[in-house]
Design a protein around this ligand. Sequence first.
Ligand SMILES: [Cu+2]
Length: 508
Amino acid sequence: MKRVTRPLLLAIAALALSLPACRSDDKPAADAAQTTAPEDQTGGSRKGDFGPPQGEPIKAVLTSPPLVPPATGRTAPAKVIVELDVIEKDLPISEGVTYTFWTFGGTVPGSFIRVRQGDTVEFHLRNMPDSKMPHNIDLHGVTGPGGGAASSFTAPGHSSRFTFKALNAGLYVYHCATAPVGMHVANGMYGLILVEPPEGMPKVDREYYVMQGDFYTAGKYREKGHQAFDMQKGIDENPTYVLFNGAEGALTGDKALTTKVGETVRLYVGNGGPNLVSSFHVIGEIFDKVWYEGGSKFQENVQTTLIPAGGAAMMEFHMEVPGSYVLVDHSIFRAFNKGALAILKADGPENKAIYSGKEVDYVYLGDRAAPNMAAVATAAASAKTGDLSVEEQINAGKALFAGTCSTCHQPEGQGMEGVFPPLAKSDYIAADPKRLPSTILHGLVGPVKVNGKDYNSNMPPMNQLTDDEVANISTYVLNSWGNPGGRVTKADAAAARAAKPANASGGH
Ligand SMILES: [Cu+2]
């Protein structure tokens, strides 16, 4: 793609020769960059006007995430009509947790818009009659003050129209810019608009649309029920959730992105923010190309690319090995403890010469591997109405155990000799089942004897779990693998939380 011209080569050679004598403040790199050949530049907005629109106006194809509209396939500028609706609606943000999102087109992120450089875009923004708030749109692909915000301010039940010429090619974020802006963005009001370069994007086998955002709920992470927006957490930049495509599980399980070995995948990844910068990474893949910052140049062979809040990037990679590839924000607590995780599943024949095998499993992913947290939601709903059965507790506890305890105590509670004591047929548990919620909430430190074997280690407290969750995990453990059975209630868990931690060696 980059044509290095002869003068540039000579300049580099001259620099190399003079390097030993160079003082550090000579900044040779900056000088070299300035000699970049004009053919290497796209010309920016000054070369983006290809004249008046040709032919009949075209209605833009808008897609919901994770889909991307087809290439425009045009060689001349057109008038493109975009009709986008603002819809405020309650959607799940995690299993058993709902949130009132404000959306462009009914989804978070909003509909993907695809036009060609030089197109004249006639933008229609409609705010649904049942909206409670006025909204507008600022498209980063617009040349003009406010990016469309002032001309698109729209009260509930109204619509507005403005027109712009897409002068710069690139991948751009759009977002609501109505005060308080942070709140509108935090509620999901962002999406992407791709302005194709005149020659279009290189052809690939799959294109997907993924967008990160941070969310601020009054309740804790995964606290069940309807959650309100928490302005103070937003101001403190302390998100409860960090998500791809607006919900935990939006792109995992049966909603995972798919591809096949031998295909080239291109991701259009945006970051709506409002606050966090994304260290975007795909576990098990290397980006063959990254159009960093959504611009016109690509970098090659990249592990992690930084996507600023209000920024975007395109990345491509070729699939060699089948299996699950995990998209994460590599600020890694966000991935495993706030939800910033998606899966790309590649089908096809193994290639043992490149990779010897074994799927990513529960050790890496915990309950995210198969996010079947429906049982947890059912249990939470029943608990609220006061008629939670032991069966429901066990089912919910099983899903939670897989994500919370199985990495150490192993999927069947069998433990690991000398390191993690068994929970299966544990005489420690049998001696006093009330120790279970206490151990979960306060952890366990120091020597302990389980089934005749000594352990002297450290289990961290897991007090981020709710009383419901502690009760359900405990009940599941009590009713599994030869343990004595019984039930731990939410009240038991609350009492254990309030009480002093159990002493590891106490009773032994
Ligand atoms: Cu808004």
